[in-house]
Write a protein that binds this ligand. Structure first.
Ligand code: PLP
Length: 440
């Protein structure tokens, strides 16, 4: 159990002192926004987003041509995407509407990576039409794409090396690619590049995603070593020299205050070391790297802001929010930890134990279990941290709950509504009530 004390520190049960998570808005700011935009809403920090993008670009600046393709599924909002584009990022899309959104934002051609699976024909066609880099998920997709559109000059294949993925011989298993539905096997990959070359492809890439939300500076370097060695093998056995290697997503964030954050600079240097040891001696020193980070880019730069609307005293103490799992699904489905700050009470002792819950008719709708927090009063503003990625975007309409607004906190401290909240009309928009004799 974690206990927080006044100031910038938290004392754990074992008396170790650790840093506290500081929200990027104050109570005063939140109240000012709430007066115009009712809670719940997701808020994003422009300053933090830009700083994260710059830190990533800086960590990989040694690689000429490096590009981050932001994973659109994490935060599919055009205003957020525009900020990332201004910082030099492209977009990683997996569906028709993600492609449409990237197009609307103004991404062109190779600024879009299309990493999809079980891909419908129309998605392939749009990706081709937009000139996106198509990252094939399967060997059979070579023929499918060839018949649909022809093989584009630039093409990428997703590699699944099988087995378990560990960052060291004795390390923990971080992922089990053998169980993952994605990608080509090793032999399919080699054969795939041979066929793609025969069909006229000229610029080749390789992609792989082996573990999610990793909290170690070793994930990318170890993944990179596997891919770099495979690139050398492809050159030797197939005669295809890869032009780019996509390390995809998976760099995680410290959701818990006691966890140590990844250091992107150290990660970039680790990848550089593998690059210089494996690719450069093999004559592949021109390979461009790319990433498709979602969580790392946005999660810490977003929060779900809610109001405490009900309290309940039964076998446990409950605080009911105006937000629910439909606004943030991760705690309900993964039992994921999200840190909570009661705005304005940052320095009060955490001497009350609460379950912080939403109003879905599902007992899993709990943002926190038995969490030590300051005393919460009705009307207090509750900030749920690290919801900037896979937060709003995983939302749903169960129990007829409406999706919330999204707000951007701009660099100058002002705020902007970047998506309005849903209304009942939005929820009912797919019914044609005129077909029946309903009231209207
Ligand atoms: C989900 C996904 C990402 C982003 O993953 P994060 O864990 O958010 O970094 C990148 N690429 C592909 C293909 C994905 O499916």
């Amino acid at each position: 159990m974690v206990q927080c004390v006044p100031g910038n520190k938290i004392i754990r049960k074992d008396n170790n002192i650790m840093a506290k998570k500081i929200p990027f808005i104050t109570k005063e700011k939140a109240e000012q926004i709430r007066a115009e935009i009712p809670t719940p809403f997701h808020i994003y920090d422009e300053k933090g987003i830009r700083a994260t993008a710059r830190a990533l670009n800086d960590a990989f600046a040694w690689n000429k041509g490096f590009k981050e393709y932001f994973a659109v599924k994490a935060t599919p909002n055009p205003f957020i995407m525009k900020i990332l584009m201004e910082e030099g990022c492209g977009f990683d899309c997996a569906s028709l509407t993600e492609l449409m959104l990237s197009d609307k934002v103004g991404a062109k051609g190779h600024d879009i990576m299309f990493s999809s699976n079980e891909t419908p024909d129309e998605d392939f066609k749009l990706a081709y039409k937009l000139g996106a880099i198509i990252n094939l998920d399967d060997f059979t997709h070579i023929d499918i794409l060839d018949k649909l559109t022809g093989i584009p000059e630039t093409i990428c294949c997703r590699y699944n090396p099988g087995g378990d993925f560990k960052t060291s011989e004795t390390g923990n298993v971080m992922g089990t690619p053998a169980d993952a539905k994605y990608g080509f096997t090793h032999d399919q990959l080699l054969e795939g590049y041979r066929i793609l070359k025969e069909k006229g492809a000229k610029v080749f890439g390789m992609h792989s995603f082996l573990a999610s939300n990793t909290l170690t500076n070793d994930y990318y370097p170890v993944l990179a070593s596997i891919l770099f060695k495979t690139a050398v093998e492809i050159k030797e056995k197939v005669g295809v020299e890869l032009s780019f290697i996509d390390l995809s997503g998976g760099v995680g964030i410290a959701y818990r205050p006691e966890q140590t954050e990844n250091d992107i600079k150290v990660i970039g240097e680790g990848v550089r070391k593998a690059y210089e040891e494996i690719l450069v001696p093999a004559g592949l020193g021109g390979v461009k790297l790319c990433t498709e980070l979602g969580r790392f880019m946005l999660a810490p730069n977003g929060m779900l802001i809610a109001t405490a609307i009900r309290e309940k005293h039964i076998y446990k103490e409950y605080i009911g929010l105006d937000a629910c799992a439909a606004n943030l699904m991760r705690p309900a489905i993964y039992d994921a930890y999200h840190h909570i700050t009661v705005l304005g009470k940052e320095n009060e002792p955490c001497d009350h134990e609460y379950d912080i819950v939403g109003g879905l008719c599902e007992n899993s709708d709990k943002f926190a279990h038995e969490r030590m927090l300051p005393k919460i009063d009705i009307g207090d503003i509750i900030a749920i941290h690290d919801t900037g990625a896979h937060g709003f975007s995983m939302g749903y309409n169960y129990n007829g709950k409406l999706r919330s607004a999204e707000v951007l906190l701009k660099e100058d401290g002002s705020f902007k509504l970047i998506r309005r909240a849903e209304t009942p009309q939005d929820l009912f928009a797919t019914f044609d009530f005129s077909e029946y004799s309903f009231r209207n």
